[in-house]
Design a protein around this ligand. Sequence first.
Ligand SMILES: [Zn+2]
Ligand SMILES: [Zn+2]
Ligand SMILES: [Zn+2]
Length: 214
Amino acid sequence: MVLNTKQTTLAYRCPHCGAAVMTAVNLFHLKGSLVRLKCECGNSSMDAELSGDGKVRLKVPCIICPTPHRFTVSEKVFFESELFVMPCPYSDVNICVMGETNHVKAELSRTELELLDLMEKNGISDFEALHREAEAQFTDPQVLEIVLFVIRDLDEDGRIKCRCADDEEREYDAEVLPEGVKVTCKKCGASKIVPTNSLLDAHEFLNCDALELE
Ligand SMILES: [Zn+2]
Ligand SMILES: [Zn+2]
Ligand SMILES: [Zn+2]
């Protein structure tokens, strides 16, 4: 009997120290619980989780952006790709890599060179500074854009909660107001305003796992 051990190598780069964090993940790990990769510096972690519909959901810290990005890939892509990369939607830098170990290592070296090049061109000396620099460059319209993007993400993932039952068909409305984005359930009327005036204001929301409307 041949055991079917579906396995992949999963990696991300720590936004704080720049180290590549890599681990082997098999279906058994994922079926058990959420898989969390942690950087040795203790400042970042990435999550992989199997969802009910046979997909793998990933929450990846971004080397450029202040907030992690969420991705969903099929189990097939996750376990059977020789190499699969996921770029930051804002900077196009690959922030998550999966696949066969040697391909993953090669891609990590390639991205590292790309980042070092980017840093040299901008006179930035280390990864921490790159992240800080990028964070400082986020202007208000970009905060709004990121917040809207994250709201869409949470909605697609079914992570917006209101007074409606979880299995009920819901539709949410996102309205841009001067003080932030107002998310409203069209069915029960529950709503919440997510502040978008600055990155600091939006910080709590951007790091949350679910949005609860009241
Ligand atoms: Zn680190
Ligand atoms: Zn990003
Ligand atoms: Zn509702």
